[in-house]
Unconditional design. Structure first.
Length: 251
């Protein structure tokens, strides 16, 4: 059965706004939800550009599902917009790891479907990243090379990048592994996540997850099909606190 032109146009208006803004508000969300044909068309339009729609709170979002999507933010765009001018791919790998650790801190290392905490401060977040990288340092170079093939993550460059931030100017830092440049890097990651509406500030250098982030985590981060086992890899080697602290002192 042919779909009426007014239905197609209504769906197209919603899609074009999603394509331009990445989200639509309550009024258009209600139109999307109220009409099966409109909803089906919007979702179909999104799939044509390798995107998916998701509802979070009173907003409808469209996000890229694959790197082939024209709406996917390129590595170069992230470097230009959120990292230092001389950033390399290792900075991006470290950014991704930092984001995974942040979300893991809210979801008890991904063992829960709902957040187990309300907020986190940037210094604690930095310390948690330090702990994860400390565990990575416990692997041999050969093991890390093998795991790079499996996960397409350059773990050695992540370790080297994080370790390289501990320069001479930072020796006055009172907290092991929580140096000025590391916190500065984490602040860049924070700004990126705020811009992508994944976290929001609540004051005193503390952030909390948005409803958009929670939906994305439940739909994608918890699924092996999408996370490729990276979460299990990062958290299966939690080791003991003592082991983490032993490595942390060397980072």
């Amino acid at each position: 059965m042919a779909i009426e032109n007014k239905v197609v146009m209504k769906a197209f208006r919603i899609y074009t706004l999603l394509a331009r803004e990445g989200e639509v508000g309550k009024e258009l969300l209600q139109q999307y939800m109220a009409d099966d044909e409109v909803r089906g068309l919007v979702d179909q339009f999104a799939r044509e550009v390798d995107c998916v729609t998701l509802i979070a709170g009173e907003q409808l979002y469209m996000i890229p599902e694959t790197r082939l999507s024209p709406f996917h933010m390129s590595n170069e765009a992230i470097k230009r917009g959120y990292l230092r001018a001389n950033s390399v791919n290792a900075d991006l790998y470290l950014m991704y790891v930092s984001m995974i650790v942040l979300i893991g801190s809210f979801y008890d290392s991904y063992q829960t479907m709902e957040p187990t905490r309300s907020f986190i401060g940037i210094e604690e977040w930095t310390a948690l990243v330090n702990e994860r990288i400390a565990v990575l340092k416990g692997y041999s170079e050969g093991e890390l090379r093998e795991m790079e093939k499996e996960f397409s993550y350059n773990w050695i460059s992540v370790i080297d990048k994080w370790s390289g931030m501990d320069d001479i100017k930072e020796t006055a830092s009172k907290q092991s592994g929580n140096t000025i440049s590391r916190v500065s890097f984490m602040d860049s990651v924070r700004k990126f996540m705020i811009a992508q509406q994944l976290v929001m500030e609540i004051g005193n250098q503390e952030i909390t997850l948005t409803e958009k982030a929670k939906v994305i985590v439940q739909r994608y981060f918890m699924e092996l099909e999408y996370n490729r086992g990276i979460l299990e890899f990062l958290y299966q080697s939690s080791s003991s606190d003592e082991e983490g602290q032993a490595y942390a002192g060397d980072i």
